[in-house]
Design a binder for this molecule. Structure first.
Ligand SMILES: Nc1ncnc2c1ncn2[C@@H]1O[C@H](COP(=O)(O)OP(=O)(O)OP(=O)(O)O)[C@@H](O)[C@H]1O
Ligand SMILES: [Mg+2]
Length: 248
């Protein structure tokens, strides 16, 4: 009854919790404290999408792509191979932020490092490979472009980013960092209202026990699980989300 088309999230176990996956062309914010698995989550979304016939762009604003390309091999993902097939394109903006030049094949130049030009560049790269997905890792790294600007300006910039990526038909995943236990889901307090969906990742410890969990906080246009789901990193596979009843 009025079922919408779905596209796989790429995260093992997550599609059934979202009535089949993400709605294509929507935007999702992935929020979590340090080390909760945000980058791995985003890269898995891109790699699995590419394997399923949806090419993807990775805008890396913080971490050196060489490091995460290597880390993802632990989970069985060969990003370089997907890049050589034009199924994934990495646009590096991790060094330009600190005034250094990247030796990556596709990188944002110091002249391009403002929101409008960066968006123009990303859309150009996306069109070249027919991208259907984009990952932005991570939003707080863009703060440097908004330094000393009022909150309304920042809100408008985030709206623009969300609008431009979505209006080009791409399922958009944006990563943000929040302190554990935070009452908001984003850095500027506006991102979670602008996007269509919010998924939060947590690292909890209780006594000598610790564990990772995932919560679908909002997802417009679909029924979704409202439970706190156990989440694991599995060698050779990547992130796996479990049903609550499987956690005992
Ligand atoms: N092979 C692995 N097996 C189990 N856990 C792993 C493995 N590789 C990474 N991890 C866990 O994942 C964490 C890092 O994942 P990731 O880089 O995706 O997180 P993040 O939320 O993006 O981190 P940051 O806040 O630093 O950007 C590590 O701190 C570690 O706990
Ligand atoms: Mg990260």
């Amino acid at each position: 009854m009025g079922e919408k088309e779905r596209t796989t999230t790429g995260i093992h176990g997550l599609d059934p919790l979202l009535s089949g996956g993400f709605i294509p062309g929507r935007s999702i914010l992935v929020a979590g404290s340090p080390g909760t698995g945000k980058t791995t989550f985003g890269l898995q979304f891109i790699c699995e999408g590419a394997k399923a016939g949806e090419p993807g762009i990775i805008l890396s604003l913080e971490e050196d792509p060489k490091a995460w390309r290597e880390d993802m091999t632990n989970f069985g993902y060969n990003i370089e191979k997907l890049e050589s097939q034009d199924l994934v394109r990495v646009v590096d903006a991790s060094l330009v932020r600190i005034g250094l030049v990247s030796d990556e094949r596709f990188s944002i130049t110091p002249q391009e490092f403002d929101m409008n030009q960066m968006l123009t560049r990303i859309i150009r790269e996306a069109r070249q490979i027919g991208a259907k997905r984009i990952l932005v890792d991570s939003l707080p790294a863009l703060d440097i472009l908004h330094a000393s600007k009022p909150p309304e300006y920042i809100r408008a910039e985030i709206l623009k980013l969300n609008y431009v990526l979505k209006s080009n038909g791409m399922t958009t995943m944006m990563i943000t960092e929040i302190p554990e236990g935070s009452k908001t889901y984003s850095h500027n307090g506006v991102e979670e209202f602008v996007v269509d969906g919010v998924i939060s990742l947590h690292y909890l410890s209780l006594g000598s026990q610790s564990g990772r969990t995932l919560v679908i906080r909002k997802m417009r246009g679909t029924h979704h699980s409202e439970d706190i789901h156990p989440m694991e990193f599995v060698d050779g596979k990547g992130i796996v989300v479990r049903k609550v009843e499987d956690s005992v």
